[in-house]
Write a protein that binds this ligand. Structure first.
Ligand code: ARG
Length: 588
């Protein structure tokens, strides 16, 4: 509708602009005014063109209004406002037609043109032998939504789980876990069920402590690292087993969270191990590599220390080893050269902002990107806080395990469901509790502007009122129940929508804004834009449902129209929730 409207405006005003000698007006766009009382769209073109037209904006606007007013099929009213704004009030027929056209389409997300942009989303990126804690929640779910949204718009997406699976910590766990693994295998027991990720984490922690205390242990572990890096078969075998044990637990949580990461998305640091020396050589070729205190560094003007001294980006350590950044540089080459990425999105907490700035700058300065104009974006996010406004911890001061947090959410959701709808079967209650509990945790996070820290509160996220997952899920279930009561199949129902009341019109207009909200999430990499949209949509539906009787409506045509608007609202809520990775129950 917006596109058609803009081309109509261009067409209609062409002559007028020509008479003023204006040729360049293709950029003219319409805005949605924040206050609905100012029309469906507004136009600030008169102010923008006044200078070129050598005429007062208000005079130009008045002439534009006169021309647009002749489009009676399109506009019910066209008026000038303030210093030269033009407010456009669409005719109900235009809204009805566009709505009916959209609701007949197979996809309600408008596709980007020309096959889209090949996009790599690097998210979750957990470390082996460490349990996922709340810190990983944000990268995992924000990244998952961004991947879903970018993909839904028609861009090919490659998800990459950049596992921390190479380097000294791995050598330490291997060293410490070796006897335990041998004992389990000797007994002929199943390794994955005997050795848990929690145990691996314990082993890692004690190995790390021992290395600090005892230089001899540190030497042994360093030895293990060298052997591992040289491809020692026995160590690689242990390494592989430890990764699988670790990831088995991670996948259990991914499935619980309904996050679309699978084994094929694993591209850990180890994947780049044979590309590191080459990457440093490539940087050297550019002439940007400088040796400083034995390390290979790149100095760029934009990075200065607090005292103004140049800050190096180290790409190879003085002992010849590679660091976190080297892996990312190698990853950039691989992602552009092999995956053909045109856009790469990294989702990690805000503390890594400088790291990514540096890596992106070095990669560009050294010219190692196979797609030189690839867009590189770091998506930082804030911290999850406890009720005390400090980073969320358990009572004993430990990191909160994600698995524990999710179980508690489901338990609490069960209480809510049980209270709200005691008539459901036990099985249904548990099903809904899972959907609502997990959905609530995800939504509470996604609905925040990601740059902010936020306070984690079960009570708030599980509330049935306000901007929460349960509120949206309940709106969805309520619409389904209208159709159940009428004995109609909501998925197959179609009818023409007509406007007989303001609330119907408002809801239809809101529904047509869905695709724009989805595009905005992909452009700004901010899931909360979609959350806000869905919340406003649900509020809009509530207002409609209050004022416009559906099943008891006597006019058959209006009744069918209201059912249609309701079913399309359900479809939009479900699609929006799906893009957020949250299920939409039909009953709750
Ligand atoms: N494993 C890292 C961590 O836990 C995150 C990796 C993010 N991705 C990347 N390409 N550096 O901090």
């Amino acid at each position: 509708m917006k596109k058609q409207l803009i081309s109509l405006i261009h067409q209609q005003l062409k002559e007028l602009f020509a008479s003023y000698g204006i040729e360049d007006y293709g950029f003219i766009d319409v805005q949605v005014p924040p206050d609905k009382a100012n029309g469906d769209f507004s136009l600030n073109a008169a102010m923008k063109l006044a200078k070129a037209a050598k005429c007062a904006p208000q005079k130009l606007a008045a002439e534009m209004v006169a021309r647009l007013e002749t489009e009676k099929d399109w506009f019910s009213r066209v008026e000038m406002a303030g210093p030269g704004f033009i407010n456009l009030y669409l005719a109900d027929r235009v809204i009805e037609n566009s709505f009916n056209e959209l609701s007949a389409q197979a996809s309600i997300v408008e596709q980007v043109s020309a096959g889209g942009e090949k996009t790599v989303v690097d998210y979750s990126s957990v470390n082996i032998a460490k349990q996922m804690h709340v810190g990983h929640l944000r990268s995992t779910i924000i990244g998952d939504v961004l991947a879903r949204v970018i993909e839904a718009l028609g861009n090919p997406v490659v998800r990459q789980n950049h596992l921390g699976d190479w380097g000294l910590p791995m050598a330490m766990v291997i060293w410490k876990a070796e006897p335990e693994i041998a004992a389990i295998e000797k007994r002929g027991a199943d390794l994955t069920s005997e050795l848990t990720l929690a145990r691996l984490e314990e082993l890692y922690k004690s190995a790390s402590a021992e290395c600090k205390e005892n230089p001899a242990t540190a030497t042994v572990c360093h030895d293990y690292l060298v052997r591992l890096q040289q491809g020692d078969k026995a160590l690689l075998d242990l390494w592989h087993k430890i990764i699988r044990i670790s990831m088995a637990e991670v996948y259990r949580i991914y499935r619980l969270l309904d996050v679309k990461l699978f084994e094929e998305n694993e591209r850990g640091e180890s994947y780049y191990r044979d590309m590191l020396a080459d990457t440093v050589a490539e940087v050297a070729k550019s002439g940007k590599l400088v040796e400083s205190q034995g390390a290979q560094c790149v100095f760029l003007d934009e990075f200065k220390g607090k005292d103004g001294s140049p800050l190096p980006v180290i790409v190879q350590k003085s002992d010849g080893g590679f660091n976190y950044g080297t892996f990312d540089l190698a990853g950039l080459r691989y992602r552009t050269a092999t995956l053909g990425a045109q856009r790469i999105v990294y989702v990690t907490d805000a503390r890594q902002a400088l790291h990514f700035k540096q890596i992106f700058a070095v990669a560009r300065a050294a010219g190692i990107l196979a797609v030189p104009d690839v867009k590189l974006e770091h998506v930082p996010f804030g911290t999850i806080l406890g009720e005390d406004n400090k980073p969320l911890k358990t009572r004993s001061g430990e990191n909160v395990k994600l698995a524990d947090l999710l179980s508690e959410a489901v338990e609490r959701a069960y209480q809510v469901v049980n209270e709200k709808n005691p008539g459901l079967s036990e099985e249904q209650k548990q099903q809904v509790a899972r959907t609502v509990g997990i959905g609530a945790v995800k939504y509470a996070d996604l609905s925040q502007n990601r740059n902010n820290d936020y306070v984690f509160s079960f009570d708030r996220m599980l509330a049935l009122n306000g901007n929460t997952a349960p509120y949206l899920q309940y709106a969805h279930a309520r619409i389904c129940s209208i159709f159940r009561r009428a004995g109609l199949n909501i998925d197959e129902f179609t009818a023409a929508a007509v406007i007989s009341q303001r609330e119907e019109r408002d809801l239809m207009v809101k529904l047509m804004e869905f695709s724009a909200a989805v595009s905005a999430v992909a452009a700004e990499l901010r899931p909360h834009i979609l959350c806000n949209y869905l919340y406003e949509l649900a509020v809009c539906f509530s207002a409609f449902y209050d004022k416009c009787p559906v099943l008891s409506c006597e006019d058959e045509k209006v009744k069918a129209s209201r059912l249609m608007i309701s079913s399309f609202t359900r479809r939009t809520l479900a699609k929006g929730l799906e893009l957020l990775g949250i299920s939409a129950p039909r009953e709750m």
